[in-house]
Design a protein around this ligand. Structure first.
Ligand code: DGY
Length: 321
């Protein structure tokens, strides 16, 4: 059957071509930003499939007003999609896990090191003033990552890939929170499962890897921040709203926390002004966890694989369960 497929935002040309080569009608909207529910309804009323991204707002109304067979999001997170409404409407939702695990874990490690060794600030001062004479006692000094304790909140695929890098590469002690125990990770990394409060209190670095939902929104706020060591670093490559940004900025400003490395923000594309005001204690990147050429290509390709499979009457490869 010839299906109509809507592609909301720019994707690799060869992936659009794969959809056309399969004989489908493809409409590329090339929106430079995510689509609102109203825009999605307008453009997908008569569509069979949607190739979408994490900034598209796939609300209950969208599923009620359309007859989509599949929504394939080019992301592993799907908090922008009302999955219950999709299920009620009989729309399959797929995502792109696994292919971005390494790139995202690499970025979490990078942010950890960048904060601990103050890389952006050192780069800026070297450009402005040169290196100056070497001084044994030059302040500010960095924080040791090697041998430190890493608390991983959510030991899924990315959390586990980070544990691997941190434990085997940097000799870090691994603590984790998870709904259920991971005996394999405990054996491999000597990891210990702790309740969140205890993990926050014992960790030198805390990295967030839980999905965003009603339970995890503002998991890190004024109250939980008080549990962390004043020398600790917080890393977030998951979803911005896991953290109350105003509370985090206040903790950094008042030296209740040493630093933060953030790739995601509560109100993307905006960054809370208080976070910008804390200066180099917060290292900020623009949601680039999966942004390597190979990974982004693999994500788009997997999303297209899902659409082609479902339109051919086969089961989806990586459905949201
Ligand atoms: C995801 O896939 O959910 C990331 O946030 C973007 O790559």
């Amino acid at each position: 059957m010839v299906a109509k497929i809507v592609v909301t935002q720019p994707v690799h040309a060869e992936q659009v071509q794969r959809l056309r080569d399969a004989g489908h009608e493809v409409v590329t909207l090339d929106s430079p930003r995510g689509l609102s529910a109203a825009e999605l309804i307008e453009h997908t009323k008569d569509a069979d499939a949607l190739l979408s991204q994490l900034t598209d707002k796939l609300t209950e109304e969208v599923f009620a007003e359309t007859r989509l067979t599949i929504v394939a999001t080019i992301a592993t997170g799907f908090d922008n999609i009302d999955v219950d409404a999709a299920q009620k409407a009989g729309t399959i939702v797929t995502r792109t896990p696994d292919v971005l695990t390494d790139a995202t874990a690499d970025l979490a490690m990078t942010l950890m090191l960048a904060v601990a060794r103050q890389i952006p600030e050192s780069d800026a001062s070297t450009r402005e003033h040169g290196t100056g004479p070497f001084q044994l006692l030059r302040e500010p000094m960095g924080i040791d990552i090697s041998g430190a304790t890493l608390g991983i909140v959510g030991l899924g695929r990315i959390g586990e890939a980070l544990a691997h890098r941190a434990h085997f590469g940097f000799g870090m002690k691994i603590l984790y929170t998870a709904r259920s125990a991971h005996p394999a990770a405990e054996e491999r990394f000597g990891a210990s499962r702790l309740p969140l409060g205890q993990l926050l209190a014992e960790s030198d670095v805390v990295s967030l890897h839980v999905p965003l939902n009603d339970e995890t929104r503002h998991l890190i706020d004024r109250e939980t921040l008080t549990l962390m060591k004043p020398t600790a670093i917080l890393i977030n490559t998951g979803r911005g709203p896991l953290i109350n940004e105003r509370d985090l900025a206040e903790a950094l400003r008042t030296n209740q926390l040493a630093g933060a490395g953030l790739d995601v923000f509560e109100n993307e594309p905006d960054v809370h002004p208080d976070l910008l005001a804390v200066g180099s204690r917060a290292v900020l990147t623009p949601h680039i966890g999966s942004a390597t050429a190979k990974t982004r290509r693999a994500m788009a390709s997997l999303a297209v694989d899902n659409i082609l499979a479902v339109l051919a009457g086969d089961p989806p490869l990586t459905p949201v369960k």
